[in-house]
Design a protein around this ligand. Structure first.
Ligand code: HEC
Length: 119
């Protein structure tokens, strides 16, 4: 599913209680998320103390793993510290992943839908 980063920025309001996204932003309850898309799972992020549950997940945050994670963090990594129920809408997840990727990410996602022509 193709996401729209502009819509994803609005979805990201739900994440901002715990996360910053700008480059060099501070870690809070959750880690700063600049450049997380395409990066290693639970590594780096300015020395953020990840849970063992998430660290046990090796690999990279690609679109599929981010989608699974954001649909239900506790299901993806039982015992995770991310106490967030998840995003039920697949479109919201695609949008927020596109937004994450627009902030220093390395994934090649499909292009965002063209804006509706001006009337
Ligand atoms: C209630 C606080 C909270 C909310 C809300 C929250 N997160 Fe998190 N997030 C965390 C915590 C805590 C971690 C670390 C999890 C762990 O170590 O188990 C985390 C980890 C992550 C990671 C993994 C980072 C890495 O480097 O591996 C991503 C990606 C992420 N969150 C994205 C999101 C997005 C996108 C949203 C909004 C849709 C969101 N989070 C909402 C607290 C939160």
């Amino acid at each position: 599913m193709v996401g729209d980063p502009a819509k994803g920025e609005k979805v990201f309001a739900k994440c901002m209680a715990c996360h910053t996204i700008e480059q060099g932003g501070a870690n809070g309850i959750g880690p700063n998320l600049y450049g997380v898309a395409g990066d290693a799972i639970a590594e780096g992020r300015g020395g953020y103390a990840f849970s063992d549950a998430l660290k046990a997940h090796k690999g990279v945050w690609d679109q599929a793993t981010l989608d699974q994670w954001l649909s239900g963090p506790a299901k993806f990594a039982q015992g995770t510290k991310m106490t967030f129920a998840g995003l039920t809408s697949a479109q919201d997840r695609a949008d927020v992943i596109a937004y994450l990727n627009s902030k220093g990410g390395k994934l090649s996602l499909g292009a965002a839908p063209a804006p509706a022509p001006a009337k």
